[in-house]
Design a protein around this ligand. Structure first.
Ligand code: HEC
Ligand code: HEC
Length: 321
């Protein structure tokens, strides 16, 4: 299990008393003010101005960074999305060199910056996340060739796909629209769901995703066998239809096999006493909460699947009580 640090404004458990200089140093080098290395916060390629925006955000009144009175190891997957999930890395020397953001009009350079500097897509999507080079990403082992292994929240192995433009084993047959939908909404062209730890990049605009797509066209193609993630097999007798649907749509990839996961579903019976409300939420949660990370299921889950699914979701809540 990976945890992200408490980076809320809480004065003791978070970063409430840190100076801008200390925060800047941390993001650029990954080194905390007590000298320890915090790879989750390390963004060596982020430009000076973007680091200042991040600092302003961390110090803002945004509910995402409201002082949280939680001990560091208890925070699972803070949704301050861009700062999650860094890997085994060693810190670099601090350099006084200024880093500038590229001009968004230079689309490929901008896409490269967003993919590598901001979102670290290569960190997960290269051949081995422990052999990624975070200073010169292009030197990463099998750069964007896929194959890094993660353990999902249910303890199964999940492997990253090849994002190079190889036609057989990469994204070579995808259209730009396919890519934008996959990255923003997390659905593949065949309608299947792209599971956690991939997340929906709802923060990026169409232009930004299009820039990433154009940049990926320039990355050398890699052809390698497609690696399969560990499958979820439902075994045993009397598996309810609802449970099958819960697995079919990978609800368990975020909400866990037991309904807890990165977001606890076990309050639904209290929050949505009527099926109508529960269904509405599941269909399109971004209507109710902006920047929701929950996928929009309208048009994906079939009408006749809702009844058994809702029943199963409610059952998860009952077991908790
Ligand atoms: C934390 C690791 C992680 C990061 C960071 C990440 N991804 Fe992914 N991505 C994954 C995993 C794991 C999958 C496979 C999920 C599955 O099998 O359901 C995936 C799947 C995908 C797919 C589906 C491809 C296919 O052939 O099925 C696309 C497209 C994609 N990611 C694009 C991106 C882009 C673009 C970025 C950066 C903006 C990014 N990813 C960042 C882990 C990551
Ligand atoms: C990408 C991860 C992800 C997947 C996959 C996912 N959810 Fe969610 N879900 C969330 C998150 C995160 C929330 C918390 C609110 C938010 O961010 O919008 C949530 C909230 C919910 C809620 C509201 C819970 C509450 O207490 O208000 C329900 C109900 C729900 N999800 C059901 C489902 C069902 C059913 C599926 C499968 C069809 C599913 N989710 C798939 C991430 C996910």
């Amino acid at each position: 299990m990976l945890y992200s640090k408490n980076i809320t404004r809480h004065p003791v458990k978070g970063i409430g008393t840190w100076t801008d200089g200390e925060l800047f140093y941390l993001v650029r080098t990954g080194i905390m003010r007590d000298g320890t290395f915090a790879p989750t916060m390390w963004r060596p390629l982020l430009s000076d101005e973007d680091i200042y925006s991040v600092i302003a955000f961390l110090k803002s009144d945004d509910p995402l960074v409201e002082a949280a009175d939680v001990d560091n190891k208890e925070i699972k997957y803070s949704l301050v999305a861009k700062f999650i999930l860094r890997f085994l890395m060693k810190p670099e020397e601090y350099s006084e060199k200024k880093i500038k953001s590229p001009d968004p009009k230079d689309k490929i350079a901008y896409g490269r910056y967003l993919a590598n500097g901001v979102a670290s897509c290569y960190g997960c999507h290269s051949g081995n996340n422990n052999k990624a080079d975070h200073v010169i990403p292009e030197n990463s082992f099998e750069f964007y060739g896929g194959g890094s292994k993660f353990v999902d929240i249910n303890g199964r192995d999940i492997l990253t796909p090849n994002l190079t433009m190889d036609k057989e084993t990469g994204l070579g047959k995808w259209s730009e629209d396919d890519f934008i939908r996959a990255t923003r909404d997390a659905f593949r062209p065949d309608g299947s769901y792209i599971r956690f730890p991939m997340q929906r990049y709802v923060e990026f605009s169409d232009y930004e995703l299009s820039a990433i797509w154009e940049y990926l066209q320039t990355v050398p193609k890699i052809r390698k066998p497609i690696l399969k993630s560990e499958e979820y097999r439902l075994t045993g007798k009397d598996i309810s239809d609802g449970k099958k649907i819960y697995y079919k749509y990978s609800c368990n990839s975020c909400h866990g096999d037991d309904g807890i996961g990165i977001y606890d579903l076990r309050q639904v019976n209290h929050i949505y006493p009527r099926d109508k409300e529960l269904k509405k939420w599941i269909e399109n949660s971004s209507q109710f909460s902006a920047n929701s990370k929950m996928p929009t299921w309208k048009g994906v889950i079939e009408e006749n699947e809702y009844k058994p699914l809702l029943k199963y979701v409610r059952l998860l809540g009952e077991h908790a009580d």
